[in-house]
Design a protein around this ligand. Structure first.
Ligand code: TUI
Length: 316
């Protein structure tokens, strides 16, 4: 059993947040994670606002436990999404791919905890001044839109820079990752990639099979030359990206490749021509299992790691 300040802050049993992955983290997955004692998150990505309203309604039917919504700040619908979150407040809002500062007061007024994902110390400091409740420090081991520091380097620097709770993300698969995060000063972890292969995850079956097959070096970063680095599982589309970037293709053309490609993979199941975002631990994902089993495995393995570490302490 592992209990941290994050559990008290969010009213959850275990300090595990499920990443709000666009087109992947639907109400079914979020509710299953929350039911299992973690914090489930609906990923609103670039989906239209009506979709989010339905998903919040569905999650409320599936669980009475707290859950959250991730807002992708580069979505064209971000203002409408924020309006819905004021009308239908959820326990937690996480944000990604930008600075959510101006939305913080209205969300907190509704009792929503605001927990931005950040990849630098500078933004961590700035957001602390905006009055956010906690931060998720996400290393470049993560899937999707990333910064350039690793989790190992980023988390302790953010922990030292701010006086609010920090959650670690990027490269976490099991109890070893959870304990490592706690050792770095975090109060918990956010995990995305492992939950892609949760039984309750509604992503296309072909995506689950693709992730199950991935090996340690099968992810790569696309879009860095256009200023938006995104970690994906290598496929036909990522090879086209690499070729274009090598040839110095213009920024706009590289950006164009990505439009609609995440949905194409995650919803339509086209894992050749679509974008399959996943983190570097994708090779460790070897089975499809219920969210509850994933959470139990993380918590039990963390207990064993802690016992082992404790056995290394020699009294002088
Ligand atoms: O947001 C993510 N991961 C994502 S979002 C996404 S969907 C997408 N669609 C189209 C274009 C781009 C993305 C897929 N994966 N993770 C959280 C995260 N946020 N990591 C890094 C950041 C971040 C980066 C820069 C947060 C703030 C930031 O600030 C820049 C600024 O505006 O100051």
């Amino acid at each position: 059993m592992i209990h941290t300040a994050l559990c008290d802050m969010l009213g959850i049993a275990y300090p595990i947040i499920q990443g709000g992955m666009a087109w992947v983290s639907t109400a079914e997955l979020a509710a299953a994670v929350s039911e299992a004692g973690g914090l489930g998150i609906i990923g609103s990505g670039q989906a239209p606002p009506g979709w989010l309203r339905e998903q919040i309604e569905l999650a409320r039917k599936l669980t009475s436990k707290p859950f959250g919504v991730n807002v992708m700040l580069r979505s064209p619908f971000v203002e409408d999404i924020m309006t819905i979150l004021r009308e239908e407040p959820v326990a937690v809002v996480t944000t990604g791919a930008g600075n959510p500062g101006k939305y913080v007061p209205a969300l907190r007024e509704k009792g929503t905890k605001v927990i931005p994902v950040i990849s630098s110390v500078a933004l961590a400091r700035r957001l602390t001044r905006s009055g956010v409740d906690a931060l998720i420090a996400e290393g470049m081991e993560s899937g999707g839109h990333i910064g350039d520091l690793t989790t190992m380097a980023l988390v302790p620097q953010v922990v030292d820079a701010v006086d609010i709770p920090v959650i670690a993300a990027g490269g976490v698969f099991d109890g070893r990752g959870l304990v490592a995060a706690l050792a770095l000063g975090a109060v918990g972890v956010q995990m995305g990639t492992r939950f892609i292969c949760a039984t309750e995850c509604t992503v296309h079956q072909k995506v689950k099979e693709f992730v199950l097959k991935a090996k340690d070096r099968d992810t790569m970063i696309t879009g860095a030359s256009a200023g938006h680095p995104v970690r994906v599982v290598r496929n036909k589309l990522s090879r086209i990206y690499a070729e274009m970037e090598k040839n110095g293709a213009p920024f706009e053309e590289i950006e164009k490749l990505g439009v609609g490609s995440l949905r194409l993979a995650m919803v339509e199941g086209d894992v050749d021509n679509g974008t399959v975002m996943a983190g570097q631990i994708c090779a460790m994902v070897r089975q499809i299992q219920p969210a509850r089993d994933i959470i139990v495995d993380i918590v039990n393995s963390a207990g064993k790691v802690l016992e082992h570490l404790n056995s290394l302490v020699v009294m002088e």
